[in-house]
Structures are given as C-alpha cells and as structure tokens.
Design a protein around this ligand. Structure first.
Ligand SMILES: *[C@@H]1O[C@H](CO)[C@@H](O)[C@H](O)[C@H]1NC(C)=O
Ligand SMILES: *[C@@H]1O[C@H](CO)[C@@H](O)[C@H](O)[C@H]1NC(C)=O
Ligand SMILES: *[C@@H]1O[C@H](CO)[C@@H](O)[C@H](O)[C@H]1NC(C)=O
Ligand SMILES: *[C@@H]1O[C@H](CO)[C@@H](O)[C@H](O)[C@H]1NC(C)=O
Ligand SMILES: *[C@@H]1O[C@H](CO)[C@@H](O)[C@H](O)[C@H]1NC(C)=O
Ligand SMILES: *[C@@H]1O[C@H](CO)[C@@H](O)[C@H](O)[C@H]1NC(C)=O
Ligand SMILES: *[C@@H]1O[C@H](CO)[C@@H](O)[C@H](O)[C@H]1NC(C)=O
Ligand SMILES: *[C@@H]1O[C@H](CO)[C@@H](O)[C@H](O)[C@H]1NC(C)=O
Length: 480
C-alpha cells in the first residue's frame, strides 16, 4: 500500500510537472523591447509559442506603447527624471504579460541616433545608468540599455521587415528597407553585386541562407535634425519658410535650433541660446524643394553614379523596398498609401504644400501642430532623398511600398533586435523536427543569451579578424 501510494505520488508529481510545462508552452513566451528614439521612446511587447521558438514568422507584436515626453537624450541634464514617464506604459505592459511570467520575460533597451549624437559621454552613460536602475525595481529580466550603431539599426529593420513578410522562408526574394527616424535615416538592401561594397555590407546568415546586406545610416538626415538644419540655414531672426503652410507663425529659441551636434556648426558668432527666431510660413512647394536640396551635398559625388550624396559609396537600388516609420507617416498625411507613381506623389505633395494653415486643420484626421506644420517639409525631404539621393525614378518608384506594419506588428528595428539577441533565428536550417522536450522549455525561460565566445562562430574562419560583430551566434552578422 505504501509503495503504491508512493508510486502514485511520483506519478502525480510527474504529471503535474508535465502540466506545468504544457501550460508554459501554451502560454508562450514574451519579450519586451524599448526603442529609445531621438524624439520618443516606444515600448513593444512580443509573444511567440514556446515550442516554435526558431520558426520564422511566429513572433508577433501584442502591445505597443509610446512613453510620454521626449526621447531619453533630452534628459541629459536631468537623468533622474527619466524613470517616471516609463511607469504608465510599463504598468500596461505588466497587464499584458501573465504575472507568473514577468520574471522570465527579457526586456531590452536600444537607443538610436538621438543618443549617438550626445557628445558628452558622461551624460550619455548617466542616462543609461538611470534606466538600468529603474529596471532593477521592475519584475522583468532587464538585459541592459545599449546605444546601437547606425548599421545595426539598418540591418535590424531589414530583418524585421523580411521576417514579418515571410521572406526568409524558402527562396523568396528579400525586400530592401527604408527607415526614417527623427535624427537619422537608414537604407538596407541586397545589391546586385556586394563585392564592391564590402565596407558597408553585413553578412547575415539566417535559416541556412547567407545574405550580404548593404546598409548605410545617414546621421543628421532624420526628419527633425534635417528640418532644424533647414530652419537654421539663414542668419536672420525673422524668416520666411516656404516649407511651412501659408500664414503659419512660430518661434524657436536658438538653443532648440542649433543645440545638437547636427546643427552646432550653424551657430551664429553671437550665439545666445535663448534668443528667439521667428518663422512665417509661405507654403511654396517649388521654393521648399530648392531649400531642401541644399541639405544634400551632391557636388561631393562629382558625377559618380553610385553615390547618393555627401560622397557616400552606394550600389544601385534593386528590387522591392518597404519604407516605414517617418516615410509612412508622411505619405499617410498626404492621403497616399501602399505604392503609387512618382507623379502621384509629386502632385499630392504640391497640393498639400500649397494649403494654408487654416485649411490643414480640416484636412488632417488627427491634427497636431508639431506634425502638421512639418509634413510639407518631410514630403519634400523624402522626395529629394529618394529621387535625387538614392536615385529612384519614375520606373523604380512604384517598387517602394509605404507600410508601417504587417498584421499587427510594427515594422521597426526593435523586433529584429530581439530576434537576434534571443538567438531566435538560427543560422542553420532545421533538418528534423524534434519532439517536445523539457529542455526546450528551459531554453525559452533561461538561456536567452550565450556568451560572447560564440559570436564569431559562423563568420568565415579566414576572415574573422577585423570583422565587427553585430550580433549573436545563431544569427551571425559580420562586418568586414
Ligand atoms: C532553437 O535554436 C537553438 C540553436 O540552434 C537551439 O539550441 C534550440 O533548441 C532551438 N529551439 C527550438 C524550440 O527548436
Ligand atoms: C525564471 O527564471 C529564473 C531565473 O532566470 C529561474 O530561476 C526560474 O526557474 C524561471 N521560472 C520558470 C517558471 O521557469
Ligand atoms: C557632461 O555631462 C556632465 C553630467 O551631466 C556634466 O557635469 C558636464 O559638465 C558635461 N560636460 C560638458 C563638456 O558639457
Ligand atoms: C573601404 O574603406 C577604406 C578605408 O576605410 C577605403 O580606403 C576604401 O576606399 C573603402 N572601399 C570602398 C569600396 O568604399
Ligand atoms: C561638399 O563636399 C565637398 C567635397 O567633400 C566639399 O568640398 C564642399 O565643401 C561640400 N559642400 C558643402 C556645401 O558642404
Ligand atoms: C510636380 O508637380 C508640379 C505641380 O503639378 C509641377 O509643376 C512639377 O513640374 C512637378 N515636378 C516634377 C518633377 O514632376
Ligand atoms: C484626404 O482625404 C480626406 C477624405 O477624402 C479629405 O477630407 C482630406 O482633405 C484629404 N487630405 C489631403 C491632405 O488631401
Ligand atoms: C490584430 O488585432 C486585432 C485587434 O486586437 C485582432 O482582431 C486581429 O485578429 C489581429 N490581426 C492579426 C493578423 O493578428
């Protein structure tokens, strides 16, 4: 009898463990990424079924939240104040993830161009340290706050877009990725011949295929920084701005115009941070385009074909592209979506830019002054960047798809970042489907990041030296 009850207990315990494991499978796993951009921080929550961890296309976004207030780089003089605004979003995040899984949910923070532009390293590390200490008091497994480089941002965006579209399955063509942020813009695609661009090509090995992704990040060519450079291009204190809608009036302090690394060379000799500069909108699309063109140094390319501007070496654009974030929001304001002809874009832009400030109030579904006044500028900026910079023409323009999400998942670098840091995209294609094993569960909850020693494992042996690691063992990215 005793033996029987013991056996029963053991069996019962085994069954119970099995049930717990199965529950965990059913519940799935969660990951959190904080995208700390130059103008704001966005929190994404991702979910995936535990037993399908390495399959392409199974991770999806279940929640997104924008943190109130400016980007984290704005707290450079007051890092202690950074935490409070996070509370609102994180409380919502806690409601979305089952409480018993909080401890086993990893959170990553990646900061982009806004933080890259902070020259004061002390201030930058104080900002990151403040976030780190805030997360110490949170239930999640915080994996650190890092400033990611421009090429990383570009390639993670490319991975996200192609992952969500299922392009890593079989032999599908991949799409290029165009990302427009507040402080930088990225272009990433697979060129015809990557040999000549080895300096800016990243090797990405995913699901058994090797991709040579050309990527470039143009610092100071994000919407906000570019617009500041345009606004500050004249020396006077009362300025007509052809990119602002007719009859729009506003004023900025000198500090807000040329306080950043991108604009500090435009500071006047008698720089007073609190001096006001007044702007008056004239809504003149032709003149706006002309002023926007001055932001690009075309002469630095000296008739070289494979050069967008500023002397950068870039292969000819090839194939389909997806243009997200700032690209999407701008064309959406012009009432365009998906893909359309270049002349449609031009005429929508002209129509929009010729409207007065009062008319815009009735045209935009969601009217917010800071965005509304700048759409004409961003549209012209996008036109110039894509047509005169990257050299899209009437024929190739319709290959650009303006899109912000796939299903309910945003196209943003954040997902690609998490997939890479969690090793969820294996470099090798799975050959056999393994049966469910408890070890998989452990993998899901515990071993997210392996040690750095593995990081070069899949770079070509002979060329390991001098390679710059972008990521992780199973999604190897090597930067020649
Ligand atoms: C995912 O891939 C990693 C590395 O290849 C492996 O260790 C892990 O067991 C895989 N997980 C699943 C669920 O297949
Ligand atoms: C969650 O992770 C912690 C440490 O990483 C581990 O001790 C714990 O067992 C995990 N919980 C579950 C339910 O696996
Ligand atoms: C850099 O930031 C620290 C901390 O905010 C500040 O004390 C220091 O004066 C700053 N240095 C410069 C050169 O601005
Ligand atoms: C690669 O970089 C090196 C030095 O940084 C430069 O001399 C060379 O011209 C570059 N090559 C290409 C193809 O851009
Ligand atoms: C453009 O680039 C060229 C060559 O790098 C440089 O000499 C010139 O000063 C630049 N022009 C502007 C307006 O920055
Ligand atoms: C854009 O549209 C405007 C107004 O219709 C026209 O004047 C201009 O020539 C067009 N520009 C291009 C490059 O097609
Ligand atoms: C966009 O379309 C709506 C509805 O047709 C219209 O009311 C609005 O004025 C349009 N906006 C622009 C910028 O063309
Ligand atoms: C997107 O979210 C909505 C609302 O939460 C849901 O009804 C819909 O099924 C989701 N779509 C996909 C493709 O997951």
């Amino acid at each position: 009898n005793f033996a029987l009850s013991r056996l029963f207990t053991v069996q019962w315990a085994k069954g119970c463990i099995l049930i717990i494991i199965l529950c965990a499978y059913v519940a799935g796993c969660y990951g959190i990424v904080l995208d700390a951009g130059s103008s704001r921080t966005t929190i994404y929550v991702y979910e995936w079924p535990a037993e399908k961890e390495n399959d392409t296309g199974v991770v999806s976004q279940i929640f997104k939240c924008s943190v109130e207030g400016p980007g984290i780089s704005s707290y450079k003089n007051n890092p202690g104040a950074i935490a409070k605004p996070f509370d609102d979003c994180l409380n919502k995040v806690k409601e979305r993830i089952p409480a018993h899984l909080h401890k086993n949910t990893s959170a990553y923070l990646g900061a982009t161009a806004g933080m890259r532009l902070l020259q004061n390293e002390t201030a930058a590390s104080e900002v990151l340290a403040s976030i780190q200490s805030y997360f110490r008091a949170q239930p999640f497994e915080f994996r650190g706050a890092h400033i990611i480089t421009g090429p990383e941002e570009g390639v993670y965006g490319w991975i996200t877009a192609n992952y969500l579209m299922g392009n890593f399955l079989e032999v599908k063509e991949t799409m290029g990725a165009l990302d427009l942020g507040g402080a930088s813009t990225q272009i990433s695609f697979i060129p015809e011949d990557s040999q000549d661009y080895s300096n800016s090509t990243l090797q990405v090995k995913l699901y058994g295929y090797e991709y040579n992704v050309y990527t470039h990040s143009f610092q100071c060519y994000g919407r906000d920084e570019a617009e500041k450079r345009l606004l500050k291009s004249t020396a006077s204190f009362k300025v007509d701005n052809p990119c602002y809608p007719q009859n729009y009036e506003t004023a900025f302090t000198m500090k807000s115009l040329c306080g950043s690394l991108c604009t500090q060379s435009l500071r006047p000799a008698n720089y007073h941070p609190n001096q006001l500069v007044k702007f008056h909108g004239t809504g003149d699309p032709a003149l706006c385009q002309e002023m926007v063109s001055l932001l690009f140094n075309i002469t630095a390319c000296r008739d070289r074909d494979e050069c967008p501007f500023n002397g950068i070496h870039q292969p000819k654009v090839k194939g389909n592209f997806v243009a997200f974030s700032g690209f999407y929001y701008t064309i959406n304001a012009l009432n365009l979506s998906g893909h359309f002809s270049l002349s449609d874009f031009n005429s929508s832009m002209w129509f929009f830019c010729s409207r007065s400030w009062v008319q815009l109030h009735f045209m935009l579904p969601k009217f917010e002054e800071t965005y509304a006044r700048s759409y004409c500028f961003s549209a012209n900026f996008i036109y110039y960047l894509l047509v005169h910079g990257y050299k899209f023409d009437a024929e190739t323009w319709p290959q650009i798809h303006f899109q912000k999400e796939v299903g309910n998942s945003s196209i943003a670098w954040s997902l690609g970042y998490m997939l890479s840091l969690t090793n969820m995209i294996p470099a090798e294609r799975k050959l056999i489907q393994l049966p469910l094993k408890p070890s998989l569960f452990v993998f899901c909850t515990k071993t997210f990041i392996l040690t750095a020693d593995y990081n070069f494992a899949c770079c070509p042996k002979s060329t390991q030296e001098g390679y710059f690691r972008i990521s992780t063992p199973f999604s190897c990215m090597c930067f020649a």
